[in-house]
Design a protein around this ligand. Structure first.
Ligand code: SF4
Ligand code: MG
Length: 327
């Protein structure tokens, strides 16, 4: 089967200037990422802030350009941004991000905003949108009689449901969700995530679900890619990541997720400074925080290697344990 989206060796570099007279310094926000998502599949992307997840998500939709690398959507090269081809493709690819209030227009009733993509992509003229908007509102658990409300008249959870309904309007093949429930009360996060999973499954939509919160990703992802300072350090099925993480960074992330009824025994606590893309450590970027770091880790960048059972990891120690050393 052809992947719905396939990215190869993506690189995104920002120029950051420190102070008024500082020289611009290049920062590699995304540093050689390859991934693919099959139709109807959910790929979770996890990592701390500064790991490049949001930039990667925007690159997948062609909103942020890649300086290097390539993206294919349904087997075809991604057209250049703002071309007619790209705009046509955007009907099939939607973005849902953290803050629904920023995504919505506070002066426009929500029903009209949900129908907006139907206008933009010339799918259904406004005067005939009623039935589809009603259907979308029901699908996300909103009452159709709320269509005349304004965003500020709704709760945060309801606003995110509006954004999701709007994302579904054009019947996309792919939705990239960037921290879609992080701004919501913990008590309603699970409801919204479960709703997203049901909609994704019933509509056969592929999803890239970006989050710093592993608990959330565990509920929704088929596969998980773990990012650290712009690179994928481990990728595996969601089950494998949570049952038997291999990379030391993934181990620390997974063990920091509280499991009800389990004591803190065996927990790996992440030490040291959180990752800063402006000062990437040499070799394995995780080495200053890694309990297993050895000399080679300080000088040689580990490649992302196949470690069997459909998993990959970028770690000298993991690779040494899984690859038989030639005699
Ligand atoms: Fe730790 Fe070395 Fe593996 Fe990096 S390569 S995660 S520093 S053991
Ligand atoms: Mg982010």
């Amino acid at each position: 089967m052809t992947p719905l989206i396939k990215a190869r060796d993506l690189v995104r570099i920002y120029q950051i200037r420190r102070g008024l007279f500082g020289r611009p310094t290049p920062v590699r926000a995304v540093d050689g990422v390859s991934l693919s998502v099959m139709p109807g599949e959910t790929l979770g992307i996890v990592g701390e802030s500064g790991s490049g997840k949001s930039t990667l998500g925007r690159m997948l939709l062609g909103i942020d350009d890649a300086q290097e690398g390539s993206i294919r959507f349904q087997g075809q090269p991604m057209p250049a941004r703002h071309t007619a081809e790209w705009r046509a493709l955007r009907a099939k690819m939607q973005l849902v991000f953290q803050d629904p209030l920023a995504a919505l227009d506070r002066r426009v009733p929500i029903g009209r905003q949900i129908g907006e993509p139907l206008d933009i992509h010339r799918l259904i003229p406004r005067e005939h949108q009623g039935a589809r908007v009603t259907e979308l509102m029901r699908a996300v658990g909103l009452r159709p009689d709320q269509a005349d409300r304004y965003p500020h008249e709704l709760s945060g959870g309801q606003r995110q449901r509006v954004v999701i309904a709007r994302a579904l309007a054009s019947r996309p093949k792919l939705i990239v969700c960037d921290e879609p429930v992080s701004a919501l009360d913990v008590s309603i996060q699970a409801q919204v995530v479960n709703m997203m999973r049901d909609l994704q499954e019933s509509n056969g939509i592929a999803m890239v679900f970006i989050s710093h919160d592993l608990k959330v990703v565990r509920n929704i992802a088929d596969r998980v890619a773990v990012m650290y300072l712009g690179r994928i350090v481990e990728e595996a099925s969601s089950d494998a990541i949570f049952r038997a993480p291999q990379h030391p960074y993934t181990k620390a992330l997974v063990s920091s997720v509280p499991v009800p009824g389990k004591l803190l025994e065996g927990r790996v606590i992440l030490q040291g400074e959180p990752p800063n893309p402006e000062s990437r450590p040499s070799g394995c970027a995780f080495h200053p925080r890694c309990p297993l770091a050895r000399d080679i880790c300080r000088s040689v960048v580990p490649d992302l290697l196949d470690i069997g059972e459909g998993r990959t990891a970028a770690c000298h120690v993991v690779a040494g344990e899984t690859t038989p050393v030639a005699a």
